[in-house]
Design a protein around this ligand. Structure first.
Ligand code: OSB
Ligand code: MG
Length: 375
């Protein structure tokens, strides 16, 4: 595939309701989309950065900068054999996985269309339907949280994840567990604790949780390896894993028993596959995390989740939980049994609503390759 043009755009999209994590409240999303044209075929990717550097160090603006000034110049006009070839062109750029992923995933969409395959099949997926859970933001009171849990269970979701932080943890989890004794329940602290809180975190063992996600510092695999043996509950790493090398270190150190694979955080489908393969070799279950994506990122997440070791329900849920109107057609829908049927059309399998995307766009830049002589 010859990369003819790259368009980077920022969309302003408002979540239907604010989402609170231990690192802050989000409602106004600044979504970056990448559209690449190669051999006349258009592919889409989403950059899953948050607006501020509170989840990891990337932001909407750092991704704009890195894509504009470093990634695009290395790709424009280049001839690639497959999407996976992009890695060698950008490996000199340290980190900035989310910026890289948004671009690489657009190439995967193109490659799948060129091979007339749904992206899920190109990636090696075997499932037609994926299991879905939801991630619920921090609420004012346990009572309000219980209402939200009840609603999502009635929508069919198979696993409930509660965001927690110091002061909004044990009482909330206890109340939900008491009301729903048998559901698959987990918590996500987004690095709000330290190893000194080990005894406090051990109190969570009582609630029969599927996992505790990323309780300790975002870049600290070692401390998680000290914490895991002190808990009965499985730890799951999210923020700590931005490369398969990190997954390898975490598994070898016993820092977790489950890994959350996020396409953006690990740099795109190619590296996600490496993390996935490593986990499968070590019988570490994985699941697909979410970053409050628009339909483009959601479609990529759904495609990846069809790989067979995605044995736990992910955070990939219906478009309508986030947006009054999503930017893809059809929107991502969840069945009454809490699954998403992954499309079998070529590429990401959903159509990007161009007019709507244009209306939401607040910033846009296009790079074009020089026209090849004789072409
Ligand atoms: O830690 O998984 C996380 C959202 C933004 C940043 C980090 C996380 C999340 C979520 C939401 O949990 C998942 C989703 O519904 O997209
Ligand atoms: Mg998380």
């Amino acid at each position: 595939m010859r990369i003819e043009s790259i368009t980077l755009r920022e969309l302003e999209m408002r979540l239907k309701s604010p989402f609170e994590t231990s690192f802050g409240v989000t409602q106004k999303r600044r979504i970056l989309l990448v559209e690449i044209i190669a051999d006349g075929v258009s592919g889409w990717g989403e950059v899953t950065t948050t607006e501020a550097p509170f989840y990891n160090y990337e932001t909407t603006d750092t991704a704009w900068h890195v894509i504009s000034d470093f990634i695009t110049p290395r790709l424009i006009g280049k001839q690639l054999r497959t999407a996976a070839d992009m890695e060698s062109l950008v490996s000199g750029i340290r980190g900035h996985q989310m910026a890289k992923a948004g671009v690489e995933n657009a190439l995967w969409d193109i490659e799948a269309q060129q091979k007339d395959l749904p992206l899920s099949k190109l990636l090696g997926g075997t499932l037609n339907e994926i299991a879905c859970g939801v991630s619920l933001g921090i609420r004012e009171s346990p009572k309000l949280l219980i209402e939200r849990v009840a609603e999502e269970l009635s929508n069919g979701y198979q696993r409930i994840k509660l965001k927690i932080k110091p002061g909004k943890d044990l009482d909330f989890v206890a109340a939900v567990r008491k009301e729903f004794p048998r559901i698959l329940l987990s918590v996500d602290a987004n690095s709000a604790y330290s190893l000194a809180d080990a005894d406090h975190l051990r109190a969570l063992d009582e609630f029969d949780l599927l996992m505790i996600e990323q309780p300790l510092q975002w870049d600290d695999i070692y401390s998680h390896s000290k914490l895991q043996p002190r808990l009965r509950t499985a730890l799951c790493l999210d923020e700590c894993i931005s490369h398969s090398r990190h997954a390898e270190a975490a598994i070898e150190l016993g820092a977790c028993r489950i890994i959350n694979v996020k396409l953006g955080r690990v740099g795109g489908h190619t590296e996600a596959r490496h993390v996935y393969d490593l986990c499968r070799t070590h019988t570490i279950p994985v699941w697909c995390g979410g970053m409050l994506e628009s339909g483009v990122g959601r479609a990529h997440n759904a495609a990846m989740s069809t790989l067979p070791n995605f044995t736990l329900p992910g955070d990939v849920s219906a478009s309508k939980r986030y947006w009054a109107e999503d930017i893809i057609e059809p929107e991502v829908e969840v069945t009454p049994s809490g699954t998403i049927r992954v499309p079998d059309a070529p590429g990401i399998g959903y159509t990007v609503k161009r007019d709507f995307v244009e209306r939401l766009t607040v910033n846009k830049r296009t790079w074009k390759a020089e026209v090849m002589v004789g072409a």
